[in-house]
Design a protein around this ligand. Structure first.
Ligand SMILES: CC(C)(COP(=O)(O)OP(=O)(O)OC[C@H]1O[C@@H](n2cnc3c(N)ncnc32)[C@H](O)[C@@H]1OP(=O)(O)O)[C@@H](O)C(=O)NCCC(=O)NCCS
Length: 160
């Protein structure tokens, strides 16, 4: 595409079914589409207890975070920012919104799991106060055929 990202800060909003296409386009642009990805996104946008926050700039979703409400805890399912918009504090902004929502739900903790090799995400979470709870061995399927499964780092943020 080659065009510069506009300077107007993206607007944070709760996404709905109507945003499925824009959300799928963001994931597709980053090679995140796997079998069932569109169905998974659609399910997230519809599921009761699941919220998807998006950052929208010029009608495009440039970042999103999905979270889920459980009986006593909340879980961060995913956070992602368009490569052209990274390094500007947008993931931090999305995460702050997720934390605020989990507090509003009265959740005791906000939980997440992340690939042990995902240094930037782990730095994001540690910077927001998340602590390491342990490792789940071989949790993630290999990224490519022939590669080994990857461990998950379990992290949580106490909200009380
Ligand atoms: C991880 C990700 C969401 C960060 O998005 P971002 O908008 O660039 O992050 P921010 O600008 O808000 O940065 C917040 C903090 O995250 C950490 N961080 C972000 N990018 C980083 C990088 N490339 N290297 C190291 N730390 C990084 C830093 O601690 C940073 O704080 P700092 O700026 O004070 O150093 C983004 O890289 C992404 O979408 N990655 C692919 C999807 C993914 O892996 N998601 C997580 C698992 S679902």
């Amino acid at each position: 595409m080659g065009h510069e990202a506009p300077e107007k800060p993206p607007v944070l909003m709760t996404l709905s079914d109507a945003d499925l296409e824009a959300l799928a386009a963001l994931e597709a642009a980053h090679g995140w589409v796997t079998a069932g990805s569109a169905a998974r996104l659609a399910a997230s946008l519809r599921a009761p207890g699941t919220l998807v926050f998006g950052l929208v700039a010029d009608d495009a979703v440039v970042g999103y975070a999905a979270m889920d409400r459980q009986p006593f805890e909340a879980e961060l399912q995913a956070v992602m920012v368009d490569t052209r918009w990274r390094g500007r504090g947008l993931a931090r902004r999305l995460l702050a919104e997720v934390v605020e929502q989990a507090r509003a739900w009265g959740s005791e903790r906000l939980l997440l799991e992340v690939r042990v090799g995902n240094a930037s995400a782990i730095a994001l979470y540690r910077g927001a106060g998340f602590e390491d709870d342990g490792i789940r061995r071989g949790y993630y399927p290999p990224r490519q055929a022939g590669a080994v499964r990857e461990d998950a780092l379990l992290m949580s943020l106490a909200l009380e």
